[in-house]
Design a protein around this ligand. Structure first.
Ligand SMILES: Nc1nc2c(ncn2[C@@H]2O[C@H](COP(=O)(O)OP(=O)(O)O)[C@@H](O)[C@H]2O)c(=O)[nH]1
Ligand SMILES: [Mg+2]
Length: 319
């Protein structure tokens, strides 16, 4: 029997995957990405072997220099003798096909390096949603004993933030002098940032952007870890060693995160459960729900209280 025809992943297969055999890894990723018949077996086989990789997400507005920075970060990790997996996610598909192509070209700096494995995910055809597929692909790279798995998204929209949230350490990248940039960051990704980067520090106005971000960070309350605001010039690699250090510090500060894929699963469960809950509340047609909505319309009940009541109604309903 040829390796290609082999269906059920056995211990020999697992050993091959864990030793970094590229074809085995590539095929396993393709299987979980396309949810082929064998995908379930692969997922069961790797589950007991997760928790090795530190998963680092890069998000931020298009053009901020994420791909260039990821490539420089990967080079830094390689200097430190760490193996790397890169998952480049493109949620918006055909329009940004060029961006992925550009990313591929930038990552060619690492072709031929056995320690770097890159996979791009397109947006189409993910039955359970893009973030679930991304999580599965990360799991496979984790089981293949990559030390660091880098997830790069194309932009900073909602679906990109969802994908980035799977990561242990979330790096938000922006560039100086873009008013819109700051707006995009204000619109929700500042809260998820563990490390903030002002890339293109070689350009004028970088200092101002750093100041702005520090100001904005000061406004949000946080416990424990305080996100640093760093400067990098991805094109020359300046500041990238400090970035790698801070990402590492974050994993250490959040004690045990690096070793635990549990929160990745928890996030996904939360997303799936929330989606189900939403559909059930939307479909609820019992009189109590109609009454509740009418009370909100009249201004008798606030949205917060009504949402709690809607959840109670759901628990009581039989379906
Ligand atoms: N001046 C300058 N240009 C940069 C830097 N990093 C990236 N770029 C350029 O910015 C453009 C967008 O970079 P890219 O990595 O594709 O951004 P992405 O869309 O966020 O992935 C490219 O032309 C890069 O060469 C930097 O540190 N300084
Ligand atoms: Mg890019």
């Amino acid at each position: 029997m040829t390796a290609a025809a082999k269906q059920v992943p056995d211990s020999e297969w697992l050993a091959k995957l864990q030793s970094g055999h590229r074809t085995t890894l590539a095929r396993a990723i393709t299987a979980v990405e396309n949810e082929t018949a064998g995908a379930g077996d692969i997922i069961s086989a790797i589950h007991p072997h997760l928790g090795h990789a530190h998963v680092v997400g890069f998000t931020g507005p298009p053009g901020a220099g994420k791909s260039t920075l990821v490539s420089a970060y990967v080079a830094e990790l390689r200097k430190r003798d760490l193996t790397v997996g890169v998952v480049a996610v493109d949620p918006s598909s055909p329009l940004t096909g060029g961006a992925i192509l550009g990313d591929r070209i930038r990552m060619t700096a690492h072709t031929g390096d056995e320690g770097v494995f890159v996979r791009s995910l397109a947006s189409r055809g993910h039955l359970g949603g893009l973030s679930r597929t991304a999580a599965r692909v990360i799991d496979v790279m984790d089981a293949a004993r990559r030390d660091v798995v880098v997830v790069e998204t194309v932009g900073a929209g909602q679906s990109e933030v969802e994908v980035a949230e799977i990561a242990h350490t979330k790096v938000v990248v922006c560039a100086p002098g873009l008013g819109d940039d700051i707006q995009a960051i204000k619109a929700g990704i500042l809260e998820i940032a563990d490390v903030l980067v002002v890339n293109k520090a070689d350009l004028p106005l970088a200092d101002r952007t750093v100041k702005q971000l520090k100001g904005m960070l000061g406004l949000t309350k946080r416990e424990g870890w305080t996100p640093p605001v760093l400067r990098t010039t991805a094109t020359t690699g300046e500041g990238v060693d400090t970035l790698a250090d801070k990402i590492d510090d974050h994993a250490d500060a959040e004690g045990g995160l690096r070793a635990s894929p549990v929160h990745r699963v928890q996030r996904l469960l939360a997303g799936i459960a929330a989606e189900r809950l939403k559909r059930r509340i939307e479909r609820q047609d019992d009189p109590a729900m109609t009454e509740l909505c009418e009370a909100v319309l009249r201004g008798d009940v606030g949205f917060d209280a009504a949402a709690s009541r809607a959840l109670e109604l759901l628990v009581k309903s039989k379906d």
